[in-house]
Design a protein around this ligand. Sequence first.
Ligand code: CA
Length: 280
Amino acid sequence: MSFSTLCAHIETLVGRDPGQRGCSCLIEPGDLAAAARSMAAAANVLIATGFPQASGEAETDGPPGALALAAALAALGKQVQLVAEPRILAVLTAGALALDRRLTPIPFAEGTAGAFHPDLLVSVERPGRAADGHYYNLRGECITHRVAPVDALFLGSAASVGIGDGGNEVGMGKVYGRIATAVRHGQRVASVVPCSHLVTAGVSNWGAWGLVAALSALTGRPLLHGPATEVALMTGIVAAGAIDGVTGQAALTVDGLPLAEHLQMLEALHALPLAAAAGI
Ligand code: CA
């Protein structure tokens, strides 16, 4: 199986839409392969994640995927910097422990990106501003007061990868015209913030895992963590304050879906012929 065929399989697998949000209309075929190639070629990668909830706490979608990507890129010898609001940093630190990686997330501030000199920007489930300059959740509620303008980094000319599942995240500006009809409240919440390569998934964590699987194939290295590690990661981040963005509960669920469904997705990615597609 060629690398691009494998990536097409991954796009379909992680693009499954259990929340019936309409995200499958927002898939850009071929972008997952291109995103993996840009990651393999990058030296300094800045990863933004975290969709602040009602009191500013982190949700269980975003940070786990961002951490899996950060660990994979660090294993490939790249410099990686995670960035988010201060309230979300504790969750990232707790999750990094489960992955046995020393990743030191930093709070977003003006000049964050410039100081790190990233040659690739990555967003995993980060709010992206809408046409009116405000940030919205998928219920159509304005959340501008609790979002740091991390998405401004992606309005420049740097190469970037956006991962999302709803149309209101950084990167979705690439398919802006489709969001209004594909997604509930789309006209209001659609993000105008574009990216070079867009990975749309049923759950944003799945998109990040799909990219790690593609990176494994591209580099011939087993980079994707297993179900036991994911359970430890989820347990760690929920203990550190992460909640489910759909139910609002501090539970081992993501987007209202039970942990077992996410572990099945990880296993399905592991079952792909990743080694056979290496370097092709
Ligand atoms: Ca989500």
